[in-house]
Write a protein that binds this ligand. Structure first.
Ligand code: AMP
Length: 112
């Protein structure tokens, strides 16, 4: 499958890893939008948040546990943002579900 994040999970494309276990990989975004900007992905290929089902949602819950742990480790005590872009209209450029964990600056709402 021609999926860049599957290739990162498989070690075929290098990444700057922040966390890894049996089901999840977290690595630093190549184009950081905040002082801390980590992508958290399931190792299994799920195309987007629109593909979450009762059968695959356990890994999504686990991703949020990992996000909380990483936020603590990175000292994001003032707050952090977790972003998922679902679908091209929402700005999803990589079709393997991923959650952006961003912190270290203040954020606007709904954008910025
Ligand atoms: P999205 O636009 O929500 O699909 O987010 C995709 C993110 O993946 C962007 O923030 C990119 O900077 C990031 N990205 C793309 N390729 C890589 C890569 N090889 N290593 C790390 N981050 C990447």
């Amino acid at each position: 499958m021609d999926c860049i994040f599957c290739k990162i999970v498989a070690g075929e494309i290098p990444s700057n890893k922040a966390y890894e276990d049996d089901t999840v990989l977290a690595f630093y975004d190549l184009e950081p939008q905040a002082p801390v900007h980590i992508l958290i992905v399931p190792k299994v290929h799920i195309a987007s948040a629109a593909e979450i089902t009762p059968e695959n949602s356990a890994v999504i819950a686990h991703i949020f546990e990992v996000a909380a742990q990483l936020a603590k480790e990175k000292g994001l005590d003032d707050g952090f943002r977790i972003v998922n872009n679902c679908g091209e209209g929402a700005g999803q450029s990589v079709k393997h579900i991923h959650f952006h964990l961003m912190g270290g600056r203040t954020f606007g709402w709904p954008a910025g």
